[in-house]
Design a protein around this ligand. Sequence first.
Ligand code: TXA
Ligand code: MG
Length: 331
Amino acid sequence: MTSDSRSAIEARVSAKIASLSAEQLKLVEKGARIIRRGGLVAFPTETVYGLGADALNTDAVAAIYETKGRPSDNPLILHVSSIAMAEGVVEINARARILMEKFWPGPLSLVLPAKDVVPSRTRGGLSTAAVRMPDAAIALALIEKSGLPIAAPSANVSGRPSPTDAETVRSDIGAKIPLVIDGGDTRFGVESTVIDMTAGRAVLLRPGGLSKEAIEGALGEEVLLPQDQNIIRRSPGTRYRHYAPSLPLVLCCAQDVPKGARRWAWMGISEPQGEPCAKMIFKDKAEYAKELFRALRALEKSGAEIIYAETPDETGIGRALKDRLLRASGK
Ligand code: TXA
Ligand code: MG
């Protein structure tokens, strides 16, 4: 990476942090003190809210797993506020640098060989670690003021839809942690894209806020899917049922919602045929993705017995959206 592009990233980060109000900064400083003491803080990123702790402190990281009820072999993403901080925790190769330069800060997590300072607990026992630079002022300021990489999974109870607003975080885990920083609704609504950059070819471990097409454009090569090769490079997280609403969810088209006696709710971009007891209609795929997790939680309370969700096409953000819908449906 040239020193120019490194300083371009630094300039973007500083401008973001400078946009915070004095009140927000005070909360961030309080959060940073909690993180440095080994405590937990929930905070907004551009994707979903994260449950953060000092990534280099084994006990702090153990508390994340405990609070979420998360399986201990599912590794955490390390959130950084500078390239230097990323270099402190992983071995960065030339192709990973291209992606950092182009997409950081942003919804892209890169899996790279971990350095010894990263506790095994943070890595879920793997030799690699995922790093990302979030594109949200509060998150960047919290990392910078802590002076530490922050390990942060989504701030929900394991298995529940990820939280995209502070109220949902409070209702899921608020009673168990000292601070939830409120930054309003998150911009993307689905988590970051996770790419394995440890081998010759990039592998998409989890589709997310940054599209596969955008990454392919930057690298000038096709990004593989885990099933494209006989490699077992998978994201441990994808083994678990995620994003489960408390009602059954079924994907279908607006024209062929199954007819039956059950009260049903609808979510999608098109108007459904038939009479749902509740519906959420979005203007496009981006809004569908942004509102997805909140819509799942809202429709659970609508009195419906089943949720029908419109199947999106798989281009751009549609790939991540469809992935989350399939998981919510138990597929
Ligand atoms: O947008 C996001 O990524 C949010 C916000 C808070 O930054 N975080 C998030 O974290 O979604 P979490 O823990 O819910 O998901 C992390 C994903 C999991 O699927 C995990 O298995 C994968 O990243 N992951 C982390 N480290 C990995 C590694 N070394 N190798 C393979 N997959 C890894
Ligand atoms: Mg999660």
